[in-house]
Structures are given as structure tokens and as C-alpha cells.
Write a protein that binds this ligand. Structure first.
Ligand code: PLP
Length: 382
């Protein structure tokens, strides 16, 4: 049975079956080696088969996998405290299993915090916040909404980085503004400082929550621990997933303690949220990221990759932050380029019809960057 026969047709036919990985490298079922400059869409930030994560999973699997949220385990509280520390302290954490669930938690929290009649969430066109019905509506891509109408009410969108439009969209029923520091799925378009700082000011003036979706940008990827740090603002709510488990499914919603206090027992939950095995992986990831100073690695490697991309003939523009980058191509079809990259052993992604996204592990070596950029230049030349 091939993948295409047995799965629901929600994804295009996969071109390759990967069977093994180590660091930045992947091997397919034919034994061919690849450089992974996509990381499962910004997930395996510490690289594949990281020994610290593998050891933590092995130990936890042999100790205790799961006990439900009727009881405590001794792993999740420690990991929640690690997350709270990285975010500056003074908050509380809810664990789920994915990015969409982290955002669902943030949306439900904003509604509960806002109270009856104050439930709206404003996000941006071009944003991506998940595939559940509510996070799909928060996602500012109307073409993705159409087949699933009617979607839950309470969501509206404004043009990306348009502060005036944001201000105009704030009505008394709005409870929160939801932003990505860099629109990842939308094409790797960073927010402007003016927009994020203006959103913070408007939220303060109008009594709204600023929710920052750090699912793709968080945990060092942009060269800071969190993308919002580039703009000098402090959010009220932060959502995380992807890199948090380095491939083990986990999501987290963090909120300022006084905001989190809007939830009461029974308001929200998840069977697997905060389970010992997933939080053990996240704990190992965070400890390792602190040990290696993951944001500093992303800054240094991001600079080298940006320079190499900018110097590549056929690249019109390089955008993004740290190791979340896109190369806007000069007249090439990104899909065709991406297929040629894969054939030559480089995993990347055509994030728009004209741009290739690069999100290698934060641990990528200079040699691996040079090798990947050699392949990229060769493909654009061809
Ligand atoms: N938010 C952002 C910014 C994302 O990039 C993604 C996934 O790409 C999500 C939310 C949804 O995460 P998940 O696919 O884990 O539900």
C-alpha cells in the first residue's frame, strides 16, 4: 500500500519516503542522502535524532508515559517553568499537542477573558494559524475558508503591517489581536516594528490582548528566543509548538498570570496535553537549546545563509529573520526549482509560486550551508 492509496487525499503525493536522519542529514528509502533545509517545516531545530532528545524519550518511555490530567506527572510542571522563564516569567502554561491547539487555547482564553459580547480576534491577511475550524478562520487566507463555510464567527482580518487598518477594525466586541512576528506559511514576510509596536499600543489603549503566534518563529529560529523580541514588545499571550518537541507532537499556550486566571477548571482540556512523554522531549529540547545558545547559532548561521543567498545569481531578494528565510527568485518557477533541489539532495520548500523557503536546523554547520548553497546556485544556473 503506498502513502497515496491509504491516506485521505489532504496532501499532494509525497515525492520521497525518508527512513533515517541525523543532524541536518536525511536518507531516503533508496539510501540517497539529503541536506534538510526545511526541518519538517521548522520543527527539528536541533536536527534529526538528537541524542539528548532520544535519551529523554528513552528514559521517560521506560519510566512513565502518561497518567491523564486527573493527576500530576513530575515532568510537565518543570517544563512549563522552563517555558515561563524563557518568556520572562509571571505567566502560566497550557499544554496541547499541536500549533492549532495552542492557538485554540489562546482564542478560547481571549473569549473567556473578554467576557460575554467581547469575543472577536483580529489577525492579518496572509497569516497562518492552523486548520481547526476556529484557527482556520483566524488564518487570513480566504481561499482556504471557502469549502468549510460557515466558520465560527468572531474573526476578521486586516492587511499585513497596516496599522491604520488594524485600528479601524477594533470595535467593542474585539477581545484580541493575533500576530505572527514573521508570516511563515504566508511567504516569510516579517512584521514591521511599527505594526507590532502599534498593535501593542492599541491593545493597551483599548483593553485588548496581544497574542503572538510563535509557533514557527519561537525558540531561537529568528535569532532571538522569540520573534516578538525583535520589536521590543511584551505580549499577553504566546503560542508555541513545532520546535518545542523537535518532532515529538506538543504545543503550548502561555499567558500572563492575570489573563490565564480567566480560565477555571473545566474550561479547557486535552487528554494528551502535558503528558509525561511529550513534555520529557520538550524539557530536553529546551535544556539543550539553552546549553548551545540556540538564538546565537541561528543568528550566525542566518547571516552566512543570507549572504550566500543574496550572492546567488537568480535571487532577487532575501527576506526573513535568523534561519527563517525566503529567496525571491528572479523569473524562476519556485515549484520547478524546488523539485530540482530535491533531485540534487536539498530539502527546501516553494513557499510561494516565486520564492523558496529555507529553515535548516539551528545547529547547521558552515560546511552544510556551503554545500546547500552550491546545490541551489547550480539549480538556478541550470
Ligand atoms: N501557527 C503558525 C504560525 C504555523 O506556522 C503553523 C503551522 O505551520 C500553525 C500555527 C499550526 O500548527 P499545527 O500544524 O501544529 O497545528
Amino acid at each position: 500500500m503506498t502513502a497515496i492509496d491509504i491516506f485521505m487525499p489532504t496532501y499532494a503525493a509525497p515525492p520521497v519516503t525518508f527512513v533515517r536522519g541525523r543532524g541536518t542529514e536525511l536518507w531516503d528509502s533508496e539510501g540517497k542522502r539529503y541536506l534538510d533545509f526545511l526541518c519538517g517545516l521548522a520543527v527539528t531545530s536541533l536536527g534529526h535524532a538528537h541524542p539528548a532528545v532520544a535519551d529523554a524519550l528513552d528514559h521517560q518511555a521506560r519510566t512513565l508515559l502518561h497518567v491523564s490530567n486527573l493527576f500530576a506527572n513530575d515532568v510537565a510542571p518543570r517544563v512549563a517553568a522552563q517555558i515561563d522563564d524563557l518568556l520572562g516569567g509571571g505567566g502560566q502554561v497550557f499544554f496541547g499537542n499541536s500549533g492549532a491547539e495552542a492557538n485554540e487555547c489562546a482564542i478560547k482564553l481571549a473569549r473567556k477573558w473578554g467576557g460575554r459580547g467581547k469575543f472577536g480576534v483580529i489577525s492579518a491577511y496572509g497569516s497562518f494559524h492552523g486548520r481547526t475550524l476556529a484557527t482556520l478562520h483566524a488564518t487570513g487566507q480566504p481561499s482556504k475558508h471557502e469549502p468549510f463555510q460557515p466558520l465560527p464567527e468572531g474573526f476578521r482580518h486586516v492587511a499585513w503591517n497596516d496599522l491604520e487598518a488594524l485600528e479601524a477594525a477594533i470595535t467593542p466586541e474585539v477581545a484580541a489581536v493575533l500576530v505572527e512576528p514573521v508570516q511563515g506559511e504566508g511567504g516569510v514576510f516579517p512584521a514591521t516594528a511599527e505594526f507590532v509596536q502599534g498593535a501593542r499600543r492599541l491593545c493597551d489603549e483599548r483593553g485588548l490582548l496581544l497574542i503572538v503566534d510563535e509557533i514557527q518563529t519561537g525558540l531561537g529560529r529568528t535569532g532571538r528566543w522569540f520573534g516578538y523580541e525583535h520589536f521590543g514588545v511584551q505580549p499577553d499571550v504566546v503560542t508555541l509548538a513545532k520546535a518545542l518537541g523537535n518532532g515529538v507532537p506538543i504545543g503550548a499556550c502561555w499567558a500572563r498570570r492575570d489573563v490565564a486566571a480567566a480560565f477555571e477548571p473545566g474550561d479547557h482540556g486535552s487528554t494528551f496535553g502535558g503528558t509525561a512523554i511529550a513534555t520529557a522531549a520538550a524539557g530536553a529540547v529546551l535544556t539543550e537549546m539553552v546549553r548551545v545558545d540556540a538564538p546565537a547559532l541561528a543568528r550566525a548561521a542566518g547571516e552566512r545563509l543570507t549572504q550566500a543567498l543574496s550572492a546567488t545569481s537568480g535571487v532577487k531578494e532575501v527576506r526573513g529573520l535568523g534561519l527563517l528565510l525566503a529567496a525571491e527568485l528572479d523569473g524562476h518557477d519556485a515549484k520547478a526549482v524546488n523539485t530540482a533541489l530535491l533531485e540534487r539532495g536539498l530539502v527546501a520548500n516553494a513557499v510561494t509560486p516565486t520564492a523558496i523557503r529555507f529553515a535548516p536546523p539551528l545547529t547547521v554547520s558552515d560546511g552544510e550551508i556551503d554545500e546547500a548553497m552550491g546545490i541551489f546556485a547550480e539549480v538556478l544556473r541550470a
